[in-house]
Structure formats: C-alpha cells, structure tokens
Write a protein that binds this ligand. Structure first.
Ligand code: APR
Length: 256
C-alpha cells in the first residue's frame, strides 16, 4: 500500500518498475480513459447517467419496450464517439503493448479508441458500438454503414429493431470476453486499473480475481474507488492522459 505522502512522481517511478519487473501485465479500463477524448464517463458529475437514467435507457428491458427513446441516447453517444480521437492514455497503453510489456487490454468501453490508438489485443468486455445486431434473426452490420435518417434502425432481413452490439444491463457478458478476461487475470502479475469506478460486475471482479492469484494492482484514477486501499496496492491519483505517458517514459529509462 502507498503512504499518503507518496508524491505522484514517486508512484510513477514505482509503477514503471512494477511493469518492468512483472512477468505479465494487463490493463482493465473504463470510461475515464476516454474522458480526455471528449466522451463523458457515466458516474462522474455531469456524466451520462446524470442525464439519462440507466434504468430507463441502459437496461435491455427498456430497449425492448421503448427502442425509439433508447436509440435517442445511443445516437448521441455514437455522435460523441464519431468525433473522438484516441488520447495520450490510449496511445501510451499501445506503446507498452508494442514494447512487449502489456499482454492485453480488457476494456469496458465500447468506443473502439484503444484499437484506433494502436492496441492490438483488446478484449471488449461490454461489446462494441461499431456493430449493430438484430435480436430476432442475428443479422449484423457495421454501424458506420448506417445514415441514421430514421431511428430506431430496422433489420433489412426481418424488419425488427437493430441494437448496437453492446451489453445492456440485464444482458450476459459475451462468453469469450468473460472467459478470456478472467484467464488473463488469473495468469498475470500486474493489473493497471484505469478510469473505472469499479462498481459494475463482473468487470469489477477482474482486479480481485487477479489479486487472489498473487497479482499486484495499480489504480490510475482521478478519484479513489471501492478497490482503493483494499484490493489496489496503490492509486496514482490524476488523469490517465497525464499519468500513463509519464509511466511509459519512466519504463523506457529502465529498459534502455
Ligand atoms: N483519468 C482517469 N480516471 C478518470 C478520468 C480521467 N481523465 N475521468 C474520470 N475518471 C474516473 C472517474 O473518477 C471514475 O472512477 O473514471 C471512472 C469512470 O467511472 P464510470 O463513469 O462509472 O465508468 P465505468 O467504470 O467505465 O462504468 C462501468 O458501467 O454504465 C456501465 O456499461 C457501462 O461500461 C460501463 C460500466
């Protein structure tokens, strides 16, 4: 655990050493890593859930009972993502991967910014808004191919409402994403937990699973979370876009 007086610089140096010394490092990311790309997170002040009640907009039963209403929020989120670029935090993680120091990124985000930032092994735990699926017949198409003149978009095969291929509350996590993520957690030596409030399960259980297998847990967040002081070895408090590039620069000193 870190002492309260550890400065950011001390913790960044410590994190760089932990990464270099770890036999396998993974990252678990949440909406906070995309805030500096202009995409609001969900639970911070002014976040998406302060504007849209998740029970009314993010639950699969709400989608089924009022798809037009839910698609208004989805369209707003898709427009935000369309205008977003990867920020230095996304790029820093991709650099760590290219250096062979990051095995995978497990992301709760559906914005595709890790891949656009250069990361290759990305597990999309809550799916991706790059695709639309039909819950009736299984038809799939890329979201970008849609002009969204009319919402909700309808399936060209069976005329049912199309849904972004993201996990709504009340839906299961894609089996491959779940098994792959927990396998990464069980076999890693270090988890970088970045920009997540760690309150939504099963994703929030990944750091605990890794800890139980002996891994070290480092949080990078502007605020403490329920993991802080219990599961996390230490929190580097600040923005991911500022902290991660500093950690990568420090890592380069260790390996040069
Ligand atoms: N840098 C680092 N952390 C940040 C930044 C930043 N620039 N900005 C915000 N944060 C932190 C916040 O302090 C908060 O702890 O990111 C976290 C964002 O938390 P949430 O908004 O709850 O997002 P997330 O943890 O990804 O939510 C999990 O909940 O609603 C569902 O499906 C949705 O995947 C999402 C899941």
């Amino acid at each position: 655990m870190s002492s309260a007086t550890d400065t950011e610089e001390v913790l960044i140096t410590r994190a760089a050493k932990d990464i270099v010394d770890s036999h396998k490092t993974i990252a678990l990311t949440g909406a906070g890593i995309s805030v500096e790309s202009g995409i609001p997170d969900f639970r911070s002040a002014g976040g998406l859930w302060s504007k849209y009640d998740p029970e009314e907009y993010a639950h699969i039963s709400a989608f089924r009972s009022n798809p037009t209403k839910v698609w208004q929020m989805i369209k707003e989120m898709m427009d935000l993502v369309l205008g977003a670029e990867p920020n230095p935090a996304h790029v820093a993680l991709a650099e760590l991967e290219q250096m062979g120091l990051l095995s995978s990124i497990i992301t709760q985000n559906v914005d595709g910014l890790h891949q656009r930032g250069g990361a290759k092994k990305v597990i999309e735990f809550h799916g991706s808004n790059q695709w639309l699926v039909c819950l009736q017949c299984g038809y799939r198409q890329e979201a970008v191919s849609l002009s969204f003149e009319e919402i909700p978009p309808l399936c060209p095969e069976c005329d049912s409402v199309l849904k972004p291929d993201v996990v709504f509350f009340g839906e299961p996590i894609p089996w491959e994403a779940q098994t792959g993520s927990f396998e990464e957690a069980r076999t890693c030596g270090l988890v970088l937990v970045i920009g997540t409030s760690a309150v939504v399960y099963p994703a929030a259980g990944i750091p605990t699973s890794a800890k139980q297998s002996g891994a070290k847990i480092i949080e990078i967040n502007t605020e403490p979370t329920p993991l802080t002081g219990y599961i996390s070895d230490y929190l580097i408090q600040g923005t991911a876009g500022a902290i991660l590039p500093k950690i990568v620069e420090e890592v380069k000193k260790h390996i040069s």
